[in-house]
Design a protein around this ligand. Structure first.
Ligand SMILES: O=c1ccn([C@H]2C[C@H](O)[C@@H](COP(=O)(O)O)O2)c(=O)[nH]1
Ligand SMILES: [Zn+2]
Length: 157
């Protein structure tokens, strides 16, 4: 029997899990998935962006803009990274790697850092010009073991 040559590399596999999680998101504009992996390369938490538990899928707004910010999604939505941390099935996340389909915002980076996550591998960096993402990168550069890395898009999709 000949050896298979198209086996997924582990980074592609974990980003694939993050992409699958993102498909659960009800956000009409940006769906984000996150997959946290420990040092033994085991998945310990998965999440996607969504409204808080118990708030009901249609009770809060999904719109991006409006005269009243209370009528936009931003005050309500739980980010994928927060949900991946909250869904963790392991006591602690020290030394873990997170695979995330969108570069984490500053608030998520603070959570990742405080949880002990040491590597961030991402797919899209579409908000790289925003101040919150610039600040996020500064914090991750100071705390991560290796520089935050993009995954080759064409290999994952
Ligand atoms: O670190 C992050 C940053 C953003 N998200 C989520 C939050 C929102 O649901 C979308 C962003 O919506 P836009 O319409 O593109 O502004 O992404 C996240 O989960 N993690
Ligand atoms: Zn965030």
């Amino acid at each position: 029997i000949s050896e298979r040559e198209d086996i997924l590399e582990s980074a592609q596999y974990f980003m694939g899990v993050a992409l699958l999680a993102a498909r659960r998101s009800r956000d009409p504009s940006t769906q984000v998935g996150a997959c946290i992996v420990n040092e033994e390369k085991k998945i310990v938490g998965v999440g996607y962006n969504g409204m808080p538990n118990g708030c009901g899928d249609d009770s809060l707004p999904w719109r991006r803009s409006g005269d009243n910010p209370v009528e936009t999604k931003y005050f309500y939505v739980c980010h994928a990274e927060l949900n991946a941390i909250m869904n963790k099935n392991s006591a602690d996340l020290k030394g873990c790697t997170i695979y995330v389909t969108l570069f984490p915002c500053n608030e998520c980076s603070k959570l990742l850092i405080q949880a002990g996550i040491k590597n961030v591998i991402y797919l899209s960096d579409k908000y790289h010009k925003l101040d919150n993402v610039i600040a996020s990168k500064k914090m991750l550069d100071l705390t991560c073991d290796s520089p935050t890395e993009p995954v080759e898009k064409n290999v994952v999709r």
